[in-house]
Design a protein around this ligand. Structure first.
Ligand SMILES: Nc1ncnc2c1ncn2[C@@H]1O[C@H](COP(=O)(O)OP(=O)(O)OP(=O)(O)O)[C@@H](O)[C@H]1O
Ligand SMILES: [Mg+2]
Length: 387
């Protein structure tokens, strides 16, 4: 699959812009702050209906405007598709497929697969669990668009359950509030178990590619491994303080996960009532990344962290490609060559060259290996021109 045309209206720093892309390698170049990342963010948005760099939609709308429109033309074999998304500040977002409105915005998912690798991906390895959850959850949504609804239902249930716990803490726990809590527990467990099972499944699917790519890029014997560390097991993670037990979840069975979840909720109930928040569930879990015998976070070197993050993305590309009915996912490399030494630049170039479409951004053209320079675009202050 490849993108043939992108049109942006009031998206980030673009007032009105249009660009025609080609299969193969496309290189967007321009100085810092001109709109290169904004353009690839708009393309990648259609993979999971989220931005790879911010939560929420407001920052995507041009400052001072009320709505933004992104439209993409895609080609796959003989087929052409037009995807449009309207992000609105004060009214619901809307999506259109081949000019016809779809019932729900999320019905536009499943037509574009993409993988973006960017300097921010170092955060997946080095920073807090939120970054790792966002990585794995966005990938899950690409595989199973229906999961977007599960995530938003879970967030809603979580908020309501927290409100209830807070008020139970304030008013004491007698009477109705405990039975209402039990009703919320069931929804939390049902939706949460689905999320947890999906995370365990995708982590195990990613593992072989993670190992293979890491060894290609980093040339070491250190093996990367990843696990889901879940709050439904053992002791829990409190306020960022990690529990000292090292139990990782291996089951992908929703019933089994639900059972563990339920039991843990019962055990944590006094503590939840005392604290007034939900302490068990996928929102407290982590995707633990190990390198050799140590956690990557806090131990891996800068170069190792880079190789780790890149291997996670390349492994994502491979599993999406294996299951996609739409050919290769679009591969986006945002500003990554500047960070790599010449040896790693050449290796990365080799690894990505065969992909159906690759979109590269760079502030300095010379940083991009010669083999990859194909169709070029210059980006200046929200304007895109050929060359
Ligand atoms: N909602 C918005 N409204 C208006 N301008 C915005 C909005 N969001 C971001 N911008 C502006 O877009 C500009 C370009 O951002 P972008 O991240 O695309 O730059 P870039 O070309 O990738 O630069 P770099 O080479 O430094 O990565 C920034 O100056 C930023 O202030
Ligand atoms: Mg950028």
């Amino acid at each position: 699959m490849y993108v043939t045309k992108v049109k942006l209206t009031n998206f980030r720093n673009y007032k009105n812009a249009e660009v025609e892309l080609s299969p193969g390698v496309n290189l967007l170049h321009g100085s810092n702050g001109q709109g290169k990342t904004n353009l690839v963010e708009a393309i990648n948005f259609f993979a999971s209906l989220s931005s790879h760099r911010v939560a929420g939609y407001t920052p995507l709308i041009q400052q001072g405007e009320q709505s933004a429109i992104v439209s993409l033309e895609l080609a796959h074999l003989e087929r052409e598709l037009l995807l449009e998304f309207e992000i609105n500040n004060d009214s619901p977002n809307r999506a259109r497929l081949n000019k016809s409105p779809v019932q729900k915005p999320k019905d536009i998912l499943g037509y574009l697969n993409s993988v973006i690798f960017a300097p921010e991906d170092l955060d997946i390895v080095k920073r807090d669990p939120t970054n790792r959850r966002a990585f794995i959850d966005q990938l899950i949504v690409q595989f199973t668009p229906r999961m977007l609804g599960v995530y938003s239902d879970y967030d809603r249930v979580l908020k309501q359950r927290n409100t209830l716990l807070k008020s139970a803490r304030a008013t004491g726990t007698k009477g109705d509030s405990l039975s209402t809590l039990s009703a919320w527990d069931e929804s939390l467990v049902k939706l949460g178990s689905e999320i947890i099972a999906a995370r365990v499944a995708i982590a195990s699917k990613l593992s072989p590619g993670l190992i293979a790519n890491y060894q290609k890029i980093a040339d070491t014997n250190n093996e990367p491994r990843m696990f889901i560390k879940s709050s439904i097991l053992g002791s829990t993670i409190l306020d960022g303080e990690e529990a000292d037990d090292s139990e990782y979840l291996e089951s992908q069975d929703r019933e089994e996960i639900a059972e563990l979840f339920r039991e843990k909720l019962m055990r944590m109930r006094p503590k939840e009532l005392e604290r007034g928040i939900t302490l068990v569930g996928p929102h407290r879990d982590d995707l633990v990344l190990i390198l050799g015998s140590l956690p990557a976070k806090g131990y891996a070197s800068h170069g190792e962290s880079w190789s780790y993050a890149l291997s996670l993305r390349l492994a994502s590309l491979e599993i999406l490609r294996q299951e996609s009915k739409l050919g290769d996912p679009i591969l986006i490399l945002d500003d990554v060559f500047a960070e790599l030494d010449s040896d790693r630049r050449a290796k990365l170039a080799e690894l990505v060259l065969g992909n159906e479409q690759v979109i590269i951004t760079a502030a300095v053209i010379e940083d991009v290996p010669h083999a990859l320079s194909a169709k070029r675009f210059s980006v200046v202050a929200g304007e895109i021109t050929n060359g």
